[in-house]
Design a protein around this ligand. Structure first.
Ligand SMILES: Cc1ncc(COP(=O)(O)O)c(C=O)c1O
Length: 405
């Protein structure tokens, strides 16, 4: 592509809405868990585009699926259905508790569909007083106005006028706080099996089981937001499979497309029947390109060998982080599961996660933060041992940089 202007970070400030503050470098290509910027500087990717690039960059199966579909059919809208969407839906249904799938384009949209469905289900079955949605402090469900209001950080939803009502927030991993809020007017409890943006905080098994029981007692739906935990990230196809607690509705996005935008809501026949013709929709939902790529992701990820690799990689990550910590004493613990891990900073470094993130970038490593106190790792599920070890050397250098400063 030829241009008569410089494509650099300064151009961002000139032409983009300032809601993001991206780093100064601009990556231009990636392969596996390595990324190169405009100056050919190489980075190891422990961030995975925020738990999205489940099979790394330019995985041959995904590139192949995209190229093949690109030569066939790009878009129809939901006036018609298409083969990739039907194949993907069938594979998701076969692999999970669900009977039915709704396709969206992002995690927020999958959640928006889930919350609207829960409200409509409750209205149809019990009447309009059954509206309350219970979610949790520190939870994150997306940035549409409904999902950000259900999310547990008021600072994200404040300042946009009147919010959708009948949303209450309990304390994560505190069943009593849920009991204090729930009633027969509750239509749904929404929970992340591992809170991602909130700091990589796993739900305790008894907590999720308790939520299931409370939902059953009060005729409410249990919604698992698996946007961040789904598609192999925790070593199972979906995290609910680790807990043996089955939701009524599950949302999935991020890793599902491996970098191609797609989201989905999964549910049962009985609940799905309330989303009748015309009640909800999206022009792009179930787009053939997105579904063809996601089908290749599911085919590749939902294999025992690959899922076992995720847990082996977790072990390696934990061992390496332990080594770094025994030298520098910067973490109190490493939380999470599979390729969704959070290193929690000690009192001394509390509030400084961003400093580690910036130092890592200096050392040629992409990591993430999850709030001010947690360094988050969400790499490709199939990151190689060499990339883990080399990345961890760079991480140790980053820690040294912060500790020594
Ligand atoms: C648990 C969870 N739900 C929903 C979302 C929103 O997904 P998206 O950014 O694709 O709308 C995120 C994104 O970080 C998430 O972590």
């Amino acid at each position: 592509m030829t241009t008569n202007f410089a494509v650099n970070r300064a151009l961002f400030d000139e032409v983009m809405v300032p809601n993001y503050a991206p780093a100064s470098v601009i990556p231009v290509r990636g392969q596996g868990s390595r990324v190169w910027d405009q100056n050919e500087r190489e980075y190891i990717d422990f961030a995975g585009g925020i738990a999205v690039s489940s099979l790394g960059h330019c995985h041959p199966a995904l590139v192949g699926a995209l190229k093949q579909q690109a030569d066939k059919l790009w878009h129809l809208s939901n006036v018609l259905t298409n083969e990739p969407a039907l194949r993907l839906a069938k594979k998701l249904v076969d692999a999970t508790f669900a009977d039915k799938v709704y396709f969206a384009n992002s995690g927020a949209e999958a959640n928006e569909a889930a919350f609207k469905l829960a409200r409509r289900w409750a209205l149809d079955k019990f009447g309009e007083q059954k509206q309350q949605i219970i979610s949790f402090g520190k939870s994150f469900h997306g940035r549409t106005f409904f999902t950000v209001t259900v999310g547990g950080q008021a600072s994200y939803s404040d300042g946009f006028g009147p919010k959708p009502g009948a949303v209450a927030h309990a304390e994560f991993n505190n069943l009593d706080s849920v009991k204090a809020l729930i009633s027969d007017n509750t239509c749904a409890i929404v929970v992340e099996p591992i809170q991602g943006e909130g700091g990589i905080i796993p739900a305790e098994p008894a907590f999720l089981q308790g939520l299931r029981d409370l939902c059953d007692q009060h005729n409410a739906l249990l919604v698992f937001d698996e946007v961040q935990t789904g598609v192999g990230r925790t070593g199972k196809l979906y995290a609910y499979m680790n807990y043996g607690v089955t939701p009524d509705i599950l949302t999935t996005a991020k890793s599902l497309g491996g970098g191609f935008p797609i989201g989905a809501m999964l549910t049962t026949n009985a609940i799905a029947s309330h989303l009748k013709v015309g009640t909800h929709g999206s022009t792009y939902g179930g787009n053939p390109l997105a579904c063809a790529v996601a089908e290749a992701v599911i085919d590749t990820v939902n294999q025992p060998e690959l899922l076992a690799t995720v847990l082996r990689n977790e072990q390696m990550f934990r061992e390496c982080l332990q080594q770094v910590n025994s030298q520098y004493q910067v973490f109190t613990e490493v939380r999470g599961q599979g390729m969704l891990l959070g290193a929690v900073l000690t009192e001394k470094y509390r509030g400084r996660a961003r400093d580690f993130f910036l130092a890592a970038a200096d050392q040629g490593l992409m990591v993430l933060v999850a709030g001010p106190d947690v360094i988050r790792f969400a790499p490709s599920l199939v990151i190689t041992e060499q990339d883990i070890r080399e990345g961890m050397q760079r991480f140790a250098a980053a820690v040294e940089q912060v500790v020594g400063a």
